[in-house]
Structure formats: structure tokens, C-alpha cells
Design a protein around this ligand. Structure first.
Ligand code: BGC
Length: 455
């Protein structure tokens, strides 16, 4: 399965998860308040602020040609209106370091974290938030624009809204405030659109998009109208709201009752970034009023990576890429898969996921979809938000205490695909001597264990 010349094979990362030493954003406050479920500390994370280049060497050694990172707003504007050129200088070194290694950078402006002062002003719901974010975007692009052409304004507005305002898993920890969550998503879209225009003003040739998290919500019993209805409602809210804002400037019924239309959002993206991980099953259940009466769960027999502190991470579901691509194709923009991965410390299921995701992508490109790159989440195990160090997503295993790194087998496999720009039968034979199961067979978790140990 060969890919088009210039296809990007990358990894994605985020500032707070890798840099270490971030003490001035709302996530460090969340950690200080004891809200990390595992009780872990972010600490020096992967120590990127001092030594990102060590991981860039690994990315090069593995054979990647792209890397997405994010810049930490709380370093660049530690107090309102006080800008730190040295922080930008460090990011310049990082981007230069990537380019020197033949790795194309993609920079994200907001990956869940922002300065504590911004949070204290009300976050994205504050009246001046859009203007503040636009100023930040201008400062970053003025400082880094000669080293980067691809910009991601926002990472996962839908996750930020849902986990921060409906499920209470992310700061500010609000629960059940669905209308507020919808307003937050709309506010993020306005900030995104302002940044989109500002970036183009400063750098006309820039390519600007956002990273959209897409989840497949499967009715638990497709024969039962209640399950179908609630799965559709949740999918509409989670998967479609931001897309609709980009496409037609409104949230669609009934969510548009909470927020006015905004024509000026339409078309403010040059590409769509997709972050795709999981499938969840949804059953209608009156006990889950705060979740629109949807009981969202993962059946125990579904193929999965490692379990979170309190709940399963999600069903590992490579076909989700197909579902997501089909949904966003209507925007008529190039597509990048900007995240895809699985928490899997033992690397028992990640190789299976990678092979099936790559096969899915190949097929979609054959069908005519304009997919320009695949970025695996992630390069080196990093600090997984509320789960801390509990969930390990890296192609490279990290011991955070010693900072020792070990490339996992999936890293070698992914690197072979990236270097050759293809997935070949020799690679499959080398990594899966007994063959690899196609994604559409319902794997048991025990199969996955077995599948990889047969190598
Ligand atoms: C986020 C990452 C996170 C990953 C794994 C994505 O939704 O963008 O920051 O680490 O999922 O949970």
C-alpha cells in the first residue's frame, strides 16, 4: 500500500504534556488542587523545555517527517500584556531543530492550557477572550512564522467544552452545564476564526486549521429507538457542532437555541485536522440526565488499550478514521489525521491499531479523499492530563524518573512505514509472522495480547 509522495508521517505532542516546569497555567492549578486522578505530578514531563532535541533525535531515528507541537501561552504571555521573547526564542530553537532533522513542524496555539490569569478572567467565556487570543496568535506567528507554515489554532474545542463544562474532568471542572459547554464551543470557534484571519494577514501563504476530536457513538442496541436517538443526539452535539459553525455559521437545531448564528465563522479553515481514537456505545438511560440521558460505555469484550484510573479509555477502533473522514469530507478541505493512538504500556495492541489505521487511510485515499498526513499520538509517553502517567501512548516508552527512553516495537513498525511511505507485506510478515487481524473482526482483548506476543 503506497502513499502519495510528500505524505506526512508524524507524531503529535502538546506543550503541557511534554515540556515540564509549567507552573502558570490552569492545569498546574488543577494538579495543585489534587485533581489528577492518579495523584501523579507532571514534574519535568518529558523535559522538552530543556531537552526537546533528545526526542527530535528519536523522531528522526524512527524515520518521521513531521511533528506537531504546541506553544504554551502561559510562558509567552505570563501576565496580561507582558510578552516573553525568550520563550519564543526557545520555540524557534525547537522548530529549527526539527527542520534541521528533515521534520516538518506543525504548531498548535492552544492545546487545552492557557495562563492562569486568562482562566481567572473567565477563560474563553470572558468578553475580551477572543481579542486576547488573537493578540497571542499574532505574537506567536510574528515570532515563528518564518519557520512554520501549518498552524492549528485550537486542539479539540469539543473535548475542551465537554470535559470542562459537562463532565467535570478538566478545569474548570463544571458538571452537567451543557448549555455553557455549547457556549464555550462557540466562543472557541470565534477565537479560532479571529486567529485564522490574523495568521493569514501576517503570513498569506499559511495553512490554518483546527484539530477536531471525532468519536463514533454506537447505539448499544440498534434495534431500540431510544438508544438510536440518544446516540445520534450526543454525536450531533459532540461531533457536529464545531463543524457546523465552520460550514454554515450555526450550531444546528436544537443547540442553536443557546447561541446566535455567526456567518463570519464560515470557511475559516484551510484544512481539517482529525483526532480519532475511539468508539463508545450509548444506551438510553433516565439516570444519566446530565449526559442527555445517554449511558456511554465500553463493552468489556471490545478491543482496548489500558484502563484509566476510574474508567476504560475507549474501544480501540481504527475504522473510526473512515467514519470521521466521511463526515468532514463535506467541507471540501484537505484532511490531516492529527491524532490517533491507544494507551498501551505493553504495546500489545498498538501495532494492530497502526496497521489497520494505515490500511484504512490507504483505502480512503484510493477512494479519492484528500488526506495529506497521519500523526500518531504520541512520540514519547507523556503526562496524560487527569490520568497523569497512568496511560502510556508513546511509540517510545519513558521512565519519567530517570528520563530513560526505549523505542517500542510499534515505533519500529511505524518508522518502517514512514520511511518507505508504504505498508508492505514484508513489514506485516516481519512484525506479524502469523498475519494481522483486520480491524473489522471483533477482537477480544485477550487476542490482542496474543497477537503481539506471537511476533
Ligand atoms: C488530546 C491529547 C491526549 C490524547 C490521549 C487527545 O484527545 O488532544 O492531549 O493526550 O487525546 O488521550
Amino acid at each position: 500500500m503506497s502513499f502519495p509522495p510528500g505524505f506526512l508521517w508524524g507524531v503529535s505532542t502538546a506543550a503541557h504534556q511534554v515540556e515540564g516546569g509549567n507552573h502558570n497555567n490552569q492545569w498546574s492549578a488543577w494538579e495543585a488542587a489534587g485533581r489528577i486522578k492518579s495523584g501523579d505530578r507532571c514534574g519535568q514531563a518529558c523535559d522538552w523545555w530543556n531537552h526537546a532535541e533528545r526526542d527530535f533525535d528519536l523522531a528522526q531515528e524512527i524515520g518521521l517527517n513531521a511533528l506537531r507541537l504546541s506553544v504554551e501561552w502561559s510562558r509567552i504571555e505570563p501576565e496580561p500584556g507582558r510578552w516573553d521573547p525568550q520563550a519564543v526564542q526557545r520555540y524557534r530553537e525547537m522548530l529549527q531543530g526539527l527542520r534541521a532533522r528533515g521534520i516538518q513542524p506543525m504548531v498548535c496555539l492552544h492545546h487545552f492550557t492557557h495562563p492562569l490569569w486568562f482562566e481567572e478572567q473567565g477563560g474563553f467565556l470572558a468578553p475580551e477572550a477572543v481579542q486576547r487570543f488573537e493578540q497571542f496568535a499574532r505574537y506567536v506567528v510574528a515570532g515563528l512564522g518564518d519557520l512554520c507554515q501549518h498552524w492549528v489554532t485550537m486542539n479539540e474545542p469539543n473535548v475542551y467544552g465537554a470535559l470542562g463544562y459537562a463532565l467535570g474532568e478538566f478545569p474548570p471542572g463544571k458538571k452537567g452545564q451543557i448549555v455553557t459547554a455549547v457556549r464555550v464551543v462557540k466562543a472557541l470557534a470565534r477565537a479560532h476564526a479571529a486567529a485564522y484571519r490574523a495568521i493569514h494577514e501576517l503570513q498569506p501563504e499559511a495553512r490554518v486549521g483546527w484539530a477536531h476530536n471525532f468519536i463514533v457513538f454506537q447505539p448499544a442496541n440498534p434495534g431500540f429507538a431510544g438508544d438510536r436517538w440518544v446516540a445520534k443526539l450526543i454525536a450531533e452535539l459532540f461531533n457536529e457542532s464545531f463543524l457546523r459553525l465552520m460550514e454554515q455559521g450555526n450550531l444546528g437545531f436544537p443547540f442553536n437555541l443557546a447561541e446566535r448564528d455567526a456567518e463570519d465563522l464560515v470557511g475559516t479553515c484551510d484544512f481539517v485536522g482529525l483526532n480519532v481514537y475511539s468508539r463508545f456505545h450509548v444506551a438510553f438511560d433516565l439516570r444519566f440526565a446530565s449526559q442527555l440521558f445517554g449511558h456511554v460505555f465500553v463493552p468489556p469484550h471490545a478491543p482496548q488499550g489500558d484502563h484509566g484510573v476510574e474508567s476504560p479509555y475507549g474501544e480501540a477502533f481504527p475504522e473510526a478514521i473512515r467514519v470521521a473522514v466521511k463526515r468532514v469530507a463535506r467541507l471540501g478541505k484537505p484532511i490531516y489525521i492529527l491524532e490517533n493512538g491507544v494507551p498501551d504500556a505493553q504495546d500489545r495492541i498498538r501495532p494492530w491499531l497502526i496497521v489497520n489505521a494505515v490500511a484504512e487511510l490507504h483505502q480512503l485515499i484510493q477512494e479519492g479523499h484528500d488526506i495529506r498526513g497521519y500523526f500518531h499520538w504520541t512520540l514519547t509517553d507523556n503526562f496524560e492530563w487527569s490520568e497523569g502517567w497512568r496511560l502510556r501512548f508513546g511509540l517510545v516508552a519513558l521512565d519519567p524518573a530517570t528520563q530513560q527512553r526505549t523505542i517500542r516495537q510499534s515505533g519500529y513498525l511505524y518508522g518502517a512505514i514512514a520511511r518507505r511511505n508504504e505498508l508492505s507485506s514484508e513489514m506485516i510478515a516481519q512484525h506479524f509472522p502469523s498475519g494481522v487481524e483486520p480491524a473489522n473482526r471483533r477482537l477480544q482483548a485477550s487476542d490482542c495480547q496474543y497477537l503481539w506476543s506471537r511476533r
